[in-house]
Design a protein around this ligand. Structure first.
Ligand SMILES: C[S@@+](CC[C@H](N)C(=O)[O-])C[C@H]1O[C@@H](n2cnc3c(N)ncnc32)[C@H](O)[C@@H]1O
Length: 260
């Protein structure tokens, strides 16, 4: 199979050490390729020996601006032309807030840092709004969501995978009929979410309200069956509303309307 440019670079690398899983290169190239001709801003969390930052610089060309973040102060020595490195922790919200003041909005963010649950979630919460409106947020090594040592565990509360499952709901916030799910900034800025083995890619794009159209000639009589269970769903919604009202009434000790 023909190798893409990133694989060619990686497998022939005699510059600084790079630490990547081999199946990541196809995914990177699929989403990053379109940025290659542009003056892009890339931020990678997790510098290690500096090899991946050099790889991005080579892939995106000399017009790109590459930023790295690492907790290891020695990483500062790996700076070079167009590669700037900030020292601090990705789980330190005030540090990340300062970064946003120091670097322009980014086209591509890669989270390849410490891979613990809180690090991944805090980084997303703090930096997602610093991605350009057509940019990409990529978090890798998601398998740590299944590894106890990183705070992971299957369906365990607080893992990045469990946290990211909410993204699917927010993507559809516009269609929600319940106040617990509303259109929010995620709904209005995300075009797509892609899951791979150990990688999530979130593509941003300016939101356009979805339009449904029926175009063409009617040829047959409709035979449309209502989806099963519509009545039950409506009843469930009513029931949850009544339960909430009931709770408020109880809270204020108002008698006379206690519905069971
Ligand atoms: C997997 S390595 C990065 C590999 C590198 N991106 C590459 O492809 O060669 C992880 C790096 O994350 C850094 N790291 C660990 N915890 C961190 C934290 N809380 N904040 C920032 N960086 C952290 C480590 O010092 C280490 O250099």
């Amino acid at each position: 199979m023909k190798m893409n440019d990133l694989e060619l670079y990686f497998y022939h690398n005699d510059h600084r050490l790079i630490d990547k899983w081999s199946h990541y290169f196809e995914i990177y190239d699929q989403y990053f390729n379109k940025f290659r001709t542009k003056e892009i801003v890339l931020l990678e969390i997790g510098v290690f020996q500096g090899g991946s930052l050099q790889m991005w610089k080579h892939y995106f060309g000399s017009n790109s601006k590459i930023y790295g973040i690492d907790i290891n102060p020695n990483c500062k020595n790996l700076e070079e032309d167009n590669i700037e490195i900030f020292i601090g922790s990705q789980s330190d919200r005030s540090f990340l807030k300062k970064i946003k003041q120091q670097i322009p909005q980014v086209d591509i963010l890669i989270d390849d840092g410490g891979h613990t649950m809180s690090q991944q979630i805090i980084t997303f919460k703090e930096l997602f709004d610093h991605i350009k409106e057509t940019g990409i947020y990529l978090c890798e090594d998601l398998h740590t969501s299944y590894q106890i040592i990183y705070g992971g565990g299957y369906r365990r509360n607080g893992t990045f995978i469990e946290y990211s499952k909410n993204f699917i709901d927010h993507l559809h916030g516009h269609y929600s009929e319940q106040s617990s799910l509303k259109t929010n900034s995620f709904t209005k800025s995300v075009k797509s979410i892609h899951y791979y083995d150990s990688i999530i890619v979130i593509e941003k794009a300016p939101w356009v309200e979805p339009q449904r159209s029926t175009i063409g000639e009617t040829c047959i009589t409709d035979y449309y069956q209502k989806p099963q269970g519509v009545k039950k769903i409506k009843w469930d919604l009513k029931k949850s509303l009544l339960l909430r009202i009931n709770k408020i009434l109880r809270l204020f000790k108002i008698k006379g309307f206690i519905w069971k």
